[in-house]
Design a protein around this ligand. Structure first.
Ligand SMILES: CC(C)(COP(=O)(O)OP(=O)(O)OC[C@H]1O[C@@H](n2cnc3c(N)ncnc32)[C@H](O)[C@@H]1OP(=O)(O)O)[C@@H](O)C(=O)NCCC(=O)NCCS
Length: 171
């Protein structure tokens, strides 16, 4: 995988339903890690809708992105400017997902780096403590990213966040 076939594009307002469906797959993955009502299926067979999703088109700042691999829909990313731990930053990787059939081939790495290139500045990626695969992914993806500096990993155990938080600067 050389990353050449991975594309990241802004999701249009008309793609909101696409993001909602992809978010269901994301919730299923995270149901292994999260506790509580957010990961219980409703009687309609769906996870609860992500209330904040609408803000990605409504507000200035948050960015909804679709990821394609070889022209096929392969994932999504939601980028906003809100630190999970109250630190000053430019961009927070709020959610990031690669569909299972596209994993372990470098698609996530290529997509994340394309996003970092597109939005330079002070970044944060917070990782749910139990999601050790994601921690391995972000450590490797961030460390090897061209133009990265000021990489710092800190562990938080607070009501607002329980797990490691990577901060770094791009550009
Ligand atoms: C984490 C995720 C984005 C990785 O996407 P991906 O396209 O498979 O990642 P890549 O193929 O670019 O992996 C790059 C490196 O990350 C690490 N990595 C990725 N997935 C891993 C896993 N399941 N276990 C351990 N290390 C992993 C490896 O070092 C990998 O390099 P290698 O394949 O040469 O060993 C994907 O598994 C996913 O969407 N998971 C569910 C949602 C999630 O956890 N999102 C992150 C929220 S913080």
């Amino acid at each position: 995988m050389d990353g050449q076939t991975v594309e990241v594009s802004l999701a249009a307002a008309g793609d909101k339903a696409v993001l909602e469906r992809l978010f269901q797959l994301y919730c299923h993955d995270f149901s292994e890690f999260w506790d509580g009502a957010a990961v219980e299926l409703g009687e309609d067979g769906r996870f609860p809708a992500y209330g904040a999703l609408a803000s990605y088109w409504r507000d200035k700042g948050p960015v909804p992105l679709l990821i394609r691999n070889g022209g096929r829909l392969a994932g999504f990313a939601l980028v906003n400017g809100a630190s999970r731990v109250g630190r000053p930053l430019d961009h927070n990787m709020a959610e990031f997902f690669i569909a299972r059939a596209h994993r372990r081939g470098g698609v996530g790495t290529a997509a994340a780096r394309a996003i970092f290139r597109r939005y330079p500045g002070a970044w944060e990626a917070a990782i749910v403590r139990a999601n050790t695969e994601a921690l391995a992914f972000w450590r490797k993806t961030v460390r090897g990213c061209p133009g990265v500096s000021e990489i710092r990993e800190r562990d938080f155990k607070r009501p607002e966040w329980d797990g490691p938080v990577l901060s770094f600067r791009i550009g």
